[in-house]
Write a protein that binds this ligand. Structure first.
Ligand SMILES: Nc1ncnc2c1ncn2[C@@H]1O[C@H](COP(=O)(O)OP(=O)(O)OP(=O)(O)O)[C@@H](O)[C@H]1O
Ligand SMILES: N[C@@H](CCO)C(=O)O
Length: 309
């Protein structure tokens, strides 16, 4: 059976936000878009793959067919039964720091899947965004980071057994909620952080986490005054403490002072959720940390420009 092709000359530019996963108790399901963006430009041209990277990851990530953005584009074209073009140029301008717990790998995957979809379809309608979310979440292996980068805002995601697809709900954020982000100079790979987790947890810990995850939806949508108890977790952070002791020390200190602090994703970045006033007095504990106030990304991945029909 012949597959669809993408004509030479097609071009697309997308931008994609960073994300924070887990938000304390919502392990592998809850996420928040963070307003730090990578930009990917993709052009169908020439007869080989050319990849240029500026910013985060430059000189570190592979510039051949192992590149995460490119691999993600192939996955989308496979799903749509589209023949990958012989020549493709990718320009990646990266602001999201790698291996810090701000979802850089999920953002790269979402950017690649969205760019590949836009090269075929042009603007991404709701069905296309649903497809991007499913393909990107499957590639990442869990949906929390990917869905927050796809949709922005606050996301709650799950695998739908009937549809055999990743799905996402987007509870409306309370307008006063803001975020402070403590980014350390050191890194931790998600693979290493996941290896620190036990295969089983107690029923008591699972029940406590479920209760706080439910409370977090209430706190983020309706009652931010509940954010401190709503961000408590018993599933992943303590088990990973030896992998990021300085991050846990910062979380302990901030929570001791009443701030809703937790490890962002697999760490080692620390996030604080709160309403404006409560975040204003925060400062970096020492020179190992940078304190950012990037804001919550209200939009997810965007097709900034394209020339597809
Ligand atoms: N923009 C990118 N382009 C290419 N590869 C990337 C990009 N961003 C991340 N990666 C790859 O993903 C790795 C980082 O993934 P990892 O899951 O360990 O961290 P993270 O996604 O930044 O954090 P977390 O998933 O905990 O939020 C990088 O070392 C690199 O190999
Ligand atoms: N839920 C994931 C996020 C990191 O990608 C974890 O904590 O391992």
């Amino acid at each position: 059976m012949s597959r669809n092709v993408i004509e030479p000359g097609r071009h697309v530019r997308v931008d994609v936000p960073a994300s924070s996963a887990n938000l304390g108790p919502g392990f592998d399901s809850l996420g928040l878009g963070i307003e730090i963006r990578d930009v990917v430009e993709a052009s169908v041209e020439g007869d080989r793959l050319i990849i240029e990277v500026e910013g985060a990851g430059a000189g570190e990530v592979p510039l051949d067919d192992r590149h995460l953005v490119h691999r993600s584009m192939l996955a989308l074209w496979e799903r749509l039964e589209v023949e990958p073009p012989a020549g493709l140029k990718l320009l990646c301008r990266n602001e999201i720091p790698h291996s810090r717990g701000l979802g850089s790998s999920a953002s790269a995957i979402v950017a690649g899947v969205a760019a590949a979809c836009a090269l075929v379809r042009g603007e991404l309608d709701d069905d296309s965004i649903t497809l991007v979310n499913d393909v990107a979440s499957a590639l990442e292996g869990h949906p929390d980071n990917a869905s927050a980068s796809v949709y922005g805002g606050f996301t709650s995601s799950w695998f739908d057994e009937q549809d055999q697809a990743w799905r996402t709900a987007r509870p409306g954020l309370h307008p006063d909620v803001d975020v402070a982000v403590f980014v350390p100079g050191f890194t931790l790979s998600t693979d290493k952080a996941r290896a620190a987790l036990p295969a089983q947890v107690t029923l008591a810990d699972a029940a406590r986490n479920a209760g706080r995850a439910a409370l977090l939806v209430h706190a983020l949508t309706t009652d931010p005054g509940r954010l401190l108890p709503a961000t408590a977790d018993w599933l992943h952070q303590e088990n990973r403490r030896p992998a990021y002791p300085a991050s846990m020390a910062l979380v302990d200190s901030l929570r001791g002072h009443g701030h809703a602090a937790f490890i962002s994703g697999a760490g080692p970045t620390v996030l604080v959720l709160g309403v404006g006033e409560s975040l204003r007095d925060l400062s970096a504990p020492n020179d190992d940390w940078i304190l950012l106030r990037p804001g919550i990304a209200t939009h997810g991945v965007r097709v900034v420009s394209h020339n597809s029909r």
